[in-house]
Structures are given as structure tokens and as C-alpha cells.
Design a protein around this ligand. Structure first.
Ligand code: NDP
Length: 308
């Protein structure tokens, strides 16, 4: 069934979907298309990243995004603001970036400090530069099947699913999690692909039975290894969005490891295919951010893009 890239898990029958390899290939395609677009418009596509405060995890994410943007031949513009920055000051910077013709994409790293209303800031970004796809206009466009900038993580999950399964039409999909940035847009994308979609959340009754009916199971919960093999239909495709940092005393005192929302070992014993953590969905998120920046730039200049 696999079209590219999946390898067999060593101790089980499940194919392991290699998001790192897929994302590397996507970034290469994006970089080639960015270079062609730059030749046409006279400059590289440009992404502005705004970081407010000094949250260490956010600083790492932003540094990574900037490095990957530059490596893909695009221009990165960085705005670092003090943790005490007020909402009006941040909104003024967004206005400036919206008006700047040399900026194609704008990303405000979340979370924002408590004095700032996140929704107000996200909705102040021009929808056409909203490369995170969180603006209410992009959410509405996605929900109504219009051209949208789609949130990066769920779009990355969809690309992995299509690469692995081909046509998704008619499959039963269960998305565990209903956040605006992962669960809801993931469900919308799967509906668009003609899946029969169930969204589960913390109030869902008998989550195990709901999950066990899924041909496609997407876990976006934020609870380490909560989904075990007995939640999974034999042969199902499991996409683990979770990134959880858990203590790993076996690696030494005070050490941590990353794990997903799915218990990999028991799930891989039942599933047909599964994404690992790390190396599954995570690398797709940044690749899709670069893709969205390219798409935003091409749309602003009415340029055709090859299928990415
Ligand atoms: P949120 O905390 O915003 O949402 C979590 C969802 O899980 C909520 O809808 C919640 O339900 C549901 N939930 C919580 N507990 C349960 C439970 N016991 N049973 C069923 N549902 C439950 O998280 P995000 O969507 O932002 O992120 C989810 C995970 O994905 C996290 O681990 C995060 O780190 C990871 N992530 C990974 C990314 C990547 O690049 N790979 C990018 C973004 C996120 P309710 O709504 O009822 O509270």
C-alpha cells in the first residue's frame, strides 16, 4: 500500500511512516519552487516571525523556523519583543508587517504573554499572509472548501496519510482532540477527502470503542502514550501528533525523552502503519510552514505554482 518511504517496525508488522524523509523531500520541492518564484518577482519569498518574551521552548522553535526558512532559499525577518510588550504595540507591528510589500508571510509565535489577547493578534494578521492558517478567515475558507492557508500540522498529517494510503475516500477517521490549531482543521481536511469523520475529546464516552472503529486514527491530545494498542483497529493507520517531554531516568538523572500521545510499541503491534515520535508529524510542521510561505508569496504575485 505504501507509495514511498515507510519502513517496517523492527518487532511488529506495522509500517513506520517516515515524516523526516517525506518532509526533506517536500522542503527540496519548496526550495526549487521558491527559487523559480524569486527569479520571477525579483526577490526571495519572505517570512516574518514575531517572538514576544523569552519562553525557552518558543525561542528554540523560532530559531529552528528561521534556520529552515533561510536554508530553503527564503528570506527570514525576525522581530523579537520584550515580554512586557503591550497588545497595542504588538498590533502596530503586525500592521506594519501587513503593509510591507516585502513580507509574504507573518507568524506570531504562540503562546503570547498573558497581557495579550491571542485571538485579537491572530485576527489582526492579513489573512493572505497568515501562514499559520489560524486567522478566522482562513478557518472559514477551509470549512467552506475555499482556497485557504491551512494550519501546518494537520496539513502535514494529511500529506503523510495521502502518501501512505492514496485515496482516503470512504475511510472512517477519528481525530482525538478538538483544538483550533490541530484537531478541528484536521477533521475539516479529512471531510474534504470524503472520510467519515468523528472528532473525540475529553467528554467523549467510551473513547476506546470510538477509536477502535477508525481506519485512520489521529491523536492530538497532549497526553503521553494515552492511546494504546487496544484502542486500535487491526491494520489502521495511526498518526501521532503529540509531542510530550517525559522523564527518562534510564538516560541519566534529570534526563527527558520525547514521546507521542500513542504508546508506540503496543500500537505498532496492531496498526497497519504508524508515525513515530520524534520523526513523524513534527518535521512536517515546519516543512508545511515553508510551503505556506511559498503559496502566500505566489498568490500575492498571481504566480502559478507546480503541485507541491
Ligand atoms: P490542546 O491542549 O489545545 O488540545 C488537546 C485536545 O485533547 C482537547 O480537545 C482535549 O479535549 C483533548 N483531550 C484532552 N484529554 C483528553 C482525554 N483524556 N480524552 C480525549 N480527549 C482529550 O492541544 P493541541 O491540539 O495544541 O496539541 C495536541 C498535541 O499535539 C500536544 O501534544 C502538542 O504538543 C502536539 N502538537 C504537535 C505539533 C507538531 O508539530 N507535531 C504541533 C502542535 C501540537 P477538550 O477540548 O474536551 O478539552
Amino acid at each position: 500500500m505504501t507509495q514511498t518511504g515507510a519502513t517496517q517496525a523492527p518487532t511488529t508488522g506495522a509500517a513506520v511512516i517516515d515524516g523526516k524523509a517525506f518532509s526533506d523531500r517536500l522542503v527540496t520541492r519548496v526550495a526549487d519552487a521558491a527559487s523559480a518564484l524569486a527569479a520571477r518577482i525579483g526577490r526571495a519569498p519572505a517570512l516574518a516571525v514575531v517572538l514576544v518574551g523569552d519562553n525557552p521552548a518558543s525561542a528554540v522553535y523560532v530559531r529552528n523556523k528561521i534556520e529552515r526558512t533561510t536554508a530553503a532559499g527564503m528570506r527570514s525577518i525576525e522581530r523579537r519583543l520584550d515580554a512586557t510588550t503591550g497588545q497595542d504595540e504588538l498590533l502596530a507591528i503586525i500592521d506594519e508587517l501587513n503593509a510591507d510589500d516585502g513580507v509574504d508571510g507573518i507568524l506570531v509565535q504562540l503562546p503570547l504573554p498573558p497581557q495579550i489577547d491571542e485571538a485579537a493578534v491572530i485576527n489582526a494578521i492579513s489573512p493572505d499572509k497568515d501562514v499559520d492558517g489560524f486567522h478566522v478567515v482562513n478557518a472559514g475558507r477551509l470549512a467552506t472548501g475555499q482556497d485557504a492557508l491551512v494550519p501546518c500540522t494537520p496539513y502535514g498529517c494529511l500529506m503523510l496519510l495521502q502518501d501512505h494510503l492514496g485515496d482516503l475516500s470512504g475511510l472512517n477517521a477519528v481525530v482525538v482532540g478538538r483544538s483550533n490549531i490541530v484537531g478541528k482543521p484536521m477533521a475539516q481536511l479529512l471531510v474534504q477527502q470524503s472520510c467519515t469523520v468523528t472528532i473525540a475529546h475529553s467528554r467523549t464516552r467510551d473513547l476506546q470503542a470510538v477509536c477502535a472503529a477508525a481506519d485512520i486514527l489521529v491523536a492530538a491530545v497532549g497526553r503521553p502514550e494515552m492511546i494504546t494498542g487496544d484502542f486500535i483497529k487491526p491494520g489502521a493507520t495511526v498518526i501521532d501528533v503529540g509531542i510530550n517531554r517525559v522523564p527518562a531516568p534510564e538516560r541519566g538523572e534529570g534526563k527527558f525523552r520525547l514521546t507521542g500521545d500513542v504508546d508506540f510499541a503496543s500500537a505498532a503491534a496492531v496498526a497497519g502503519a504508524i508515525t513515530p515520535v520524534p520523526g513523524g508529524v513534527g518535521p512536517m510542521t515546519i516543512a508545511c510552514l515553508l510551503r505556506n510561505t511559498l503559496v502566500a508569496a505566489a498568490r500575492r504575485f498571481d504566480a502559478e505554482l507546480a503541485d507541491l
